[in-house]
Write a protein that binds this ligand. Structure first.
Ligand code: 3HC
Length: 322
Protein backbone atom coordinates (compact mmCIF):
# COMPACT_ATOMS: atom_id res chain seq x y z
CA UNK A 1 0.00 0.00 0.00
CA UNK A 2 1.46 3.35 -1.01
CA UNK A 3 0.45 6.27 1.16
CA UNK A 4 1.53 9.59 -0.34
CA UNK A 5 -1.20 11.56 1.34
CA UNK A 6 -3.10 10.76 4.50
CA UNK A 7 -5.91 12.34 6.44
CA UNK A 8 -6.54 12.50 10.16
CA UNK A 9 -9.85 13.59 11.67
CA UNK A 10 -9.80 14.92 15.21
CA UNK A 11 -6.99 17.30 16.15
CA UNK A 12 -6.94 16.32 19.82
CA UNK A 13 -4.15 14.58 21.70
CA UNK A 14 -4.21 11.41 19.61
CA UNK A 15 -5.16 12.86 16.22
CA UNK A 16 -2.43 15.52 16.26
CA UNK A 17 0.18 13.03 17.40
CA UNK A 18 -0.86 10.47 14.75
CA UNK A 19 -0.64 13.22 12.13
CA UNK A 20 2.85 14.01 13.40
CA UNK A 21 4.00 10.38 13.14
CA UNK A 22 2.76 10.20 9.54
CA UNK A 23 4.39 13.53 8.61
CA UNK A 24 7.61 12.48 10.37
CA UNK A 25 7.67 9.59 7.87
CA UNK A 26 7.44 11.91 4.88
CA UNK A 27 3.69 11.63 4.28
CA UNK A 28 1.56 14.68 3.46
CA UNK A 29 -1.22 14.93 6.03
CA UNK A 30 -4.52 16.79 6.18
CA UNK A 31 -5.64 17.27 9.77
CA UNK A 32 -9.31 18.09 10.27
CA UNK A 33 -11.38 19.28 13.18
CA UNK A 34 -14.73 20.99 13.46
CA UNK A 35 -13.55 24.60 13.70
CA UNK A 36 -10.50 26.69 12.91
CA UNK A 37 -9.57 27.19 16.57
CA UNK A 38 -9.40 23.43 17.21
CA UNK A 39 -7.42 22.91 14.02
CA UNK A 40 -4.94 25.60 15.10
CA UNK A 41 -4.65 23.99 18.50
CA UNK A 42 -3.94 20.63 16.84
CA UNK A 43 -1.29 22.13 14.57
CA UNK A 44 0.24 23.71 17.68
CA UNK A 45 0.44 20.24 19.22
CA UNK A 46 2.18 18.91 16.11
CA UNK A 47 4.68 21.78 16.38
CA UNK A 48 5.21 21.07 20.11
CA UNK A 49 5.87 17.35 19.49
CA UNK A 50 8.39 18.18 16.77
CA UNK A 51 10.03 20.89 18.89
CA UNK A 52 10.52 18.42 21.73
CA UNK A 53 12.51 16.15 19.44
CA UNK A 54 14.57 19.06 18.08
CA UNK A 55 15.37 20.21 21.63
CA UNK A 56 16.26 16.66 22.68
CA UNK A 57 18.66 16.30 19.75
CA UNK A 58 20.21 19.75 20.26
CA UNK A 59 20.80 18.98 23.94
CA UNK A 60 22.59 15.67 23.37
CA UNK A 61 26.13 17.04 22.81
CA UNK A 62 26.09 19.70 25.59
CA UNK A 63 24.63 17.09 27.99
CA UNK A 64 27.32 14.58 27.11
CA UNK A 65 30.07 17.20 27.49
CA UNK A 66 28.66 18.09 30.91
CA UNK A 67 28.56 14.42 31.89
CA UNK A 68 32.16 13.74 30.83
CA UNK A 69 33.34 16.97 32.48
CA UNK A 70 31.76 15.87 35.75
CA UNK A 71 33.44 12.48 35.52
CA UNK A 72 36.85 13.39 34.10
CA UNK A 73 37.29 17.17 34.31
CA UNK A 74 37.36 19.90 31.67
CA UNK A 75 37.58 18.76 28.00
CA UNK A 76 39.98 20.34 25.50
CA UNK A 77 38.59 22.33 22.55
CA UNK A 78 39.39 19.39 20.27
CA UNK A 79 37.61 16.89 22.51
CA UNK A 80 34.56 19.15 22.76
CA UNK A 81 34.48 19.50 18.98
CA UNK A 82 34.71 15.72 18.59
CA UNK A 83 31.77 15.08 20.95
CA UNK A 84 29.77 17.89 19.32
CA UNK A 85 30.37 16.43 15.85
CA UNK A 86 29.58 12.87 16.96
CA UNK A 87 26.32 13.94 18.61
CA UNK A 88 25.30 16.53 16.02
CA UNK A 89 21.49 16.59 15.79
CA UNK A 90 20.21 14.08 13.22
CA UNK A 91 16.85 15.75 13.42
CA UNK A 92 17.56 19.43 12.87
CA UNK A 93 15.28 22.43 13.27
CA UNK A 94 15.05 22.61 9.46
CA UNK A 95 13.86 18.98 9.29
CA UNK A 96 11.41 19.76 12.05
CA UNK A 97 10.01 22.64 10.02
CA UNK A 98 9.57 20.28 7.06
CA UNK A 99 7.59 17.84 9.20
CA UNK A 100 5.34 20.61 10.52
CA UNK A 101 4.84 21.96 6.98
CA UNK A 102 3.65 18.54 5.81
CA UNK A 103 0.60 18.79 8.07
CA UNK A 104 -2.12 21.03 6.69
CA UNK A 105 -5.14 21.94 8.75
CA UNK A 106 -8.69 21.94 7.44
CA UNK A 107 -12.30 22.07 8.58
CA UNK A 108 -13.55 20.69 5.27
CA UNK A 109 -14.03 17.03 4.30
CA UNK A 110 -13.49 17.89 0.62
CA UNK A 111 -9.75 18.11 1.40
CA UNK A 112 -9.79 14.31 1.78
CA UNK A 113 -10.69 13.71 -1.88
CA UNK A 114 -7.18 12.46 -2.78
CA UNK A 115 -6.00 10.70 0.40
CA UNK A 116 -4.79 7.11 0.33
CA UNK A 117 -5.47 6.53 4.01
CA UNK A 118 -7.49 8.36 6.60
CA UNK A 119 -7.58 7.75 10.34
CA UNK A 120 -10.34 9.11 12.50
CA UNK A 121 -9.33 9.91 16.06
CA UNK A 122 -12.43 11.65 17.39
CA UNK A 123 -14.07 11.07 20.75
CA UNK A 124 -14.48 7.44 21.78
CA UNK A 125 -18.25 7.18 21.37
CA UNK A 126 -20.23 5.46 18.62
CA UNK A 127 -22.53 8.48 18.17
CA UNK A 128 -19.52 10.72 17.58
CA UNK A 129 -17.45 8.37 15.43
CA UNK A 130 -20.15 7.06 13.13
CA UNK A 131 -21.11 10.43 11.52
CA UNK A 132 -17.43 11.17 10.98
CA UNK A 133 -16.97 7.81 9.25
CA UNK A 134 -20.05 8.45 7.11
CA UNK A 135 -18.71 11.85 6.04
CA UNK A 136 -15.31 10.34 5.26
CA UNK A 137 -16.93 7.50 3.34
CA UNK A 138 -18.46 10.06 1.01
CA UNK A 139 -15.35 12.24 0.76
CA UNK A 140 -12.44 9.83 0.19
CA UNK A 141 -11.61 8.08 -3.08
CA UNK A 142 -12.85 4.51 -3.66
CA UNK A 143 -9.34 3.05 -3.27
CA UNK A 144 -8.65 4.77 0.07
CA UNK A 145 -8.40 2.88 3.37
CA UNK A 146 -10.57 4.11 6.22
CA UNK A 147 -8.98 3.63 9.64
CA UNK A 148 -10.44 4.20 13.08
CA UNK A 149 -8.34 4.82 16.15
CA UNK A 150 -11.08 3.35 18.30
CA UNK A 151 -9.78 1.85 21.52
CA UNK A 152 -12.79 -0.32 22.23
CA UNK A 153 -15.72 0.01 19.82
CA UNK A 154 -16.75 -2.62 17.28
CA UNK A 155 -15.37 -1.76 13.85
CA UNK A 156 -17.96 -4.03 12.26
CA UNK A 157 -20.71 -1.87 13.74
CA UNK A 158 -18.90 1.40 13.00
CA UNK A 159 -18.42 0.40 9.35
CA UNK A 160 -21.84 -1.19 8.68
CA UNK A 161 -23.37 -0.04 5.41
CA UNK A 162 -20.49 2.22 4.41
CA UNK A 163 -19.36 2.22 0.79
CA UNK A 164 -15.88 1.55 2.20
CA UNK A 165 -17.05 -1.21 4.55
CA UNK A 166 -14.47 -3.58 3.06
CA UNK A 167 -11.69 -1.01 3.39
CA UNK A 168 -12.48 0.00 6.98
CA UNK A 169 -10.40 -1.24 9.91
CA UNK A 170 -9.04 -0.39 13.33
CA UNK A 171 -5.67 1.34 13.43
CA UNK A 172 -5.19 1.87 17.15
CA UNK A 173 -2.23 3.95 18.30
CA UNK A 174 -1.05 4.37 21.89
CA UNK A 175 -0.58 7.53 23.85
CA UNK A 176 1.93 9.08 23.18
CA UNK A 177 2.32 7.79 19.59
CA UNK A 178 5.65 9.58 19.02
CA UNK A 179 7.18 7.43 21.79
CA UNK A 180 5.12 4.25 22.03
CA UNK A 181 5.48 2.13 18.88
CA UNK A 182 2.51 -0.24 19.22
CA UNK A 183 -0.38 -0.07 16.77
CA UNK A 184 -3.21 -2.62 17.09
CA UNK A 185 -4.74 -3.42 13.71
CA UNK A 186 -8.09 -5.21 13.46
CA UNK A 187 -10.44 -5.79 10.57
CA UNK A 188 -14.17 -6.12 11.00
CA UNK A 189 -16.31 -8.95 9.62
CA UNK A 190 -16.46 -7.32 6.16
CA UNK A 191 -12.89 -5.97 5.95
CA UNK A 192 -10.85 -7.28 3.03
CA UNK A 193 -7.94 -9.44 4.10
CA UNK A 194 -5.48 -7.59 1.85
CA UNK A 195 -6.50 -4.27 3.42
CA UNK A 196 -5.52 -5.61 6.85
CA UNK A 197 -2.23 -7.13 5.71
CA UNK A 198 -1.31 -4.09 3.57
CA UNK A 199 -2.01 -1.77 6.49
CA UNK A 200 0.19 -3.85 8.80
CA UNK A 201 2.95 -3.81 6.16
CA UNK A 202 2.61 -0.07 5.69
CA UNK A 203 2.83 0.60 9.44
CA UNK A 204 5.78 -1.77 9.74
CA UNK A 205 7.78 0.58 7.54
CA UNK A 206 7.18 3.64 9.74
CA UNK A 207 8.99 4.88 12.81
CA UNK A 208 8.17 7.29 15.60
CA UNK A 209 10.68 9.47 17.46
CA UNK A 210 12.12 6.50 19.32
CA UNK A 211 11.37 3.20 17.58
CA UNK A 212 10.12 1.49 14.42
CA UNK A 213 6.36 1.11 14.80
CA UNK A 214 5.19 -2.29 16.05
CA UNK A 215 1.87 -3.10 14.36
CA UNK A 216 0.19 -6.22 15.69
CA UNK A 217 -2.78 -7.88 14.16
CA UNK A 218 -5.60 -8.53 16.59
CA UNK A 219 -9.04 -10.04 16.30
CA UNK A 220 -11.93 -7.65 16.49
CA UNK A 221 -12.72 -7.81 20.18
CA UNK A 222 -13.59 -5.08 22.69
CA UNK A 223 -10.50 -3.04 23.65
CA UNK A 224 -8.19 -5.48 21.84
CA UNK A 225 -5.10 -6.41 23.89
CA UNK A 226 -3.63 -3.48 25.79
CA UNK A 227 -6.77 -1.76 27.04
CA UNK A 228 -8.40 -5.08 27.88
CA UNK A 229 -5.53 -5.74 30.26
CA UNK A 230 -5.12 -2.18 31.50
CA UNK A 231 -8.80 -1.54 32.31
CA UNK A 232 -9.00 -4.16 35.10
CA UNK A 233 -5.68 -2.88 36.46
CA UNK A 234 -7.18 0.60 36.81
CA UNK A 235 -10.43 -0.81 38.26
CA UNK A 236 -8.47 -2.79 40.85
CA UNK A 237 -6.23 0.20 41.62
CA UNK A 238 -9.40 2.25 42.30
CA UNK A 239 -10.80 -0.55 44.47
CA UNK A 240 -7.53 -0.61 46.41
CA UNK A 241 -7.68 3.17 46.84
CA UNK A 242 -11.34 3.09 47.90
CA UNK A 243 -10.61 0.41 50.49
CA UNK A 244 -7.80 2.52 51.96
CA UNK A 245 -5.11 0.01 51.05
CA UNK A 246 -2.68 2.80 50.20
CA UNK A 247 -2.65 6.33 48.80
CA UNK A 248 -2.82 6.90 45.05
CA UNK A 249 0.81 8.08 45.10
CA UNK A 250 1.89 4.90 46.88
CA UNK A 251 -0.15 2.62 44.62
CA UNK A 252 1.48 4.29 41.61
CA UNK A 253 4.90 4.07 43.25
CA UNK A 254 4.32 0.37 44.00
CA UNK A 255 3.43 -0.49 40.41
CA UNK A 256 6.48 1.39 39.12
CA UNK A 257 8.97 0.14 41.69
CA UNK A 258 7.53 -3.35 42.10
CA UNK A 259 6.06 -4.23 38.72
CA UNK A 260 8.30 -2.22 36.42
CA UNK A 261 5.45 -0.18 34.93
CA UNK A 262 6.76 3.10 33.47
CA UNK A 263 3.79 4.89 35.04
CA UNK A 264 1.45 3.90 37.84
CA UNK A 265 -2.22 3.16 36.95
CA UNK A 266 -3.50 6.55 38.19
CA UNK A 267 -0.80 8.51 36.38
CA UNK A 268 -1.52 6.50 33.26
CA UNK A 269 -5.28 7.07 33.49
CA UNK A 270 -4.63 10.81 33.85
CA UNK A 271 -2.46 10.68 30.74
CA UNK A 272 -4.97 8.68 28.69
CA UNK A 273 -7.91 10.80 29.91
CA UNK A 274 -10.41 9.63 32.51
CA UNK A 275 -13.30 10.03 30.05
CA UNK A 276 -11.53 7.70 27.63
CA UNK A 277 -10.64 5.25 30.42
CA UNK A 278 -14.28 5.22 31.56
CA UNK A 279 -15.57 4.72 28.02
CA UNK A 280 -13.19 1.79 27.51
CA UNK A 281 -14.21 0.18 30.82
CA UNK A 282 -17.91 0.66 30.06
CA UNK A 283 -17.54 -0.95 26.65
CA UNK A 284 -15.68 -3.93 28.11
CA UNK A 285 -18.24 -4.33 30.89
CA UNK A 286 -21.18 -4.04 28.48
CA UNK A 287 -19.71 -6.40 25.89
CA UNK A 288 -18.34 -9.13 28.18
CA UNK A 289 -20.69 -8.65 31.13
CA UNK A 290 -17.83 -9.61 33.42
CA UNK A 291 -17.66 -7.67 36.73
CA UNK A 292 -13.88 -7.51 36.51
CA UNK A 293 -14.41 -4.77 33.91
CA UNK A 294 -16.93 -2.74 35.95
CA UNK A 295 -15.71 0.88 36.08
CA UNK A 296 -15.15 2.15 39.61
CA UNK A 297 -17.35 4.80 41.20
CA UNK A 298 -14.25 6.91 41.84
CA UNK A 299 -13.56 7.02 38.11
CA UNK A 300 -17.20 7.85 37.34
CA UNK A 301 -17.34 10.68 39.89
CA UNK A 302 -14.13 12.24 38.60
CA UNK A 303 -15.54 12.20 35.07
CA UNK A 304 -18.87 13.62 36.36
CA UNK A 305 -16.89 16.47 37.89
CA UNK A 306 -15.09 17.15 34.61
CA UNK A 307 -11.77 16.10 36.09
CA UNK A 308 -10.50 14.22 33.06
CA UNK A 309 -6.79 14.04 33.84
CA UNK A 310 -3.90 16.00 32.41
CA UNK A 311 -5.98 17.59 29.68
CA UNK A 312 -8.21 19.42 32.20
CA UNK A 313 -5.48 19.99 34.79
CA UNK A 314 -7.05 17.60 37.28
CA UNK A 315 -7.78 13.91 37.49
CA UNK A 316 -6.45 11.57 40.13
CA UNK A 317 -3.76 14.25 40.49
CA UNK A 318 -3.58 17.99 39.93
CA UNK A 319 -1.42 19.44 37.17
CA UNK A 320 -0.16 22.99 37.24
CA UNK A 321 -0.20 25.14 34.09
CA UNK A 322 -2.43 22.96 31.90
N1 3HC B 1 15.02 9.50 21.64
C1 3HC B 1 15.70 8.86 22.61
N2 3HC B 1 15.65 9.23 23.91
C2 3HC B 1 14.86 10.27 24.24
C3 3HC B 1 14.12 10.99 23.28
C4 3HC B 1 14.23 10.57 21.92
N3 3HC B 1 13.57 11.17 20.96
N4 3HC B 1 13.45 11.97 23.90
C5 3HC B 1 13.73 11.88 25.20
N5 3HC B 1 14.59 10.87 25.42
C6 3HC B 1 15.20 10.46 26.70
C7 3HC B 1 15.06 11.55 27.74
O1 3HC B 1 16.11 12.51 27.62
C8 3HC B 1 15.21 10.77 29.02
O2 3HC B 1 16.55 10.47 29.25
P1 3HC B 1 17.18 10.68 30.69
O3 3HC B 1 16.32 9.85 31.61
O4 3HC B 1 18.57 10.17 30.53
O5 3HC B 1 17.08 12.15 30.95
C9 3HC B 1 14.54 9.44 28.69
O6 3HC B 1 14.49 9.36 27.26
C10 3HC B 1 13.18 9.34 29.30
O7 3HC B 1 12.35 10.35 28.77
P2 3HC B 1 10.97 10.74 29.48
O8 3HC B 1 11.19 11.04 30.92
O9 3HC B 1 10.31 11.76 28.62
O10 3HC B 1 10.18 9.42 29.51
P3 3HC B 1 9.87 8.50 28.26
O11 3HC B 1 9.60 9.31 27.06
O12 3HC B 1 10.87 7.45 28.15
O13 3HC B 1 8.54 7.83 28.73
C11 3HC B 1 6.20 7.64 28.59
C12 3HC B 1 7.37 8.58 28.84
C13 3HC B 1 6.23 7.16 27.15
C14 3HC B 1 4.92 8.41 28.81
C15 3HC B 1 6.35 6.43 29.52
O14 3HC B 1 6.24 6.86 30.83
C16 3HC B 1 5.34 5.38 29.22
O15 3HC B 1 5.51 4.55 28.35
N6 3HC B 1 4.24 5.38 29.98
C17 3HC B 1 3.16 4.46 29.76
C18 3HC B 1 2.26 5.04 28.73
C19 3HC B 1 1.24 4.04 28.26
O16 3HC B 1 1.15 2.92 28.73
N7 3HC B 1 0.44 4.48 27.30
C20 3HC B 1 -0.58 3.63 26.74
C21 3HC B 1 -1.88 3.98 27.33
S1 3HC B 1 -3.22 3.08 26.61
C22 3HC B 1 -3.59 3.98 25.24
O17 3HC B 1 -2.98 4.95 24.88
C23 3HC B 1 -4.71 3.50 24.43
C24 3HC B 1 -5.83 4.49 24.38
O18 3HC B 1 -6.73 4.03 23.42
C25 3HC B 1 -6.58 4.60 25.67
Amino acid sequence: MRVAKAGVVGAGTMGSAIAEVLAYNGIEVVLKDVDAALVEKGLGKVRAIVDELVRFQEARAPKEIERITELAGELSEGQRAKVTAKLAPKFTRARGDEVVARVRGTTDYSDFRDVDLVIEAVFEEYSVKRPVLEALDAAIPDYAVLGSNTSSLSITRLARGLKHVRETLVVHFFNPPYTLPLVEVAGGIETREDVVTDTVDFLQGLKNHRYPLVPIRVKESPAFVVNRLLAPVLAEACAALESGLASSRDIDAAMKAGAGMPMGPFELADLVGLDVSLEVAETLYREFGDPKFRPSLTLRRLVDAGHLGRKTGQGFYEYAGT
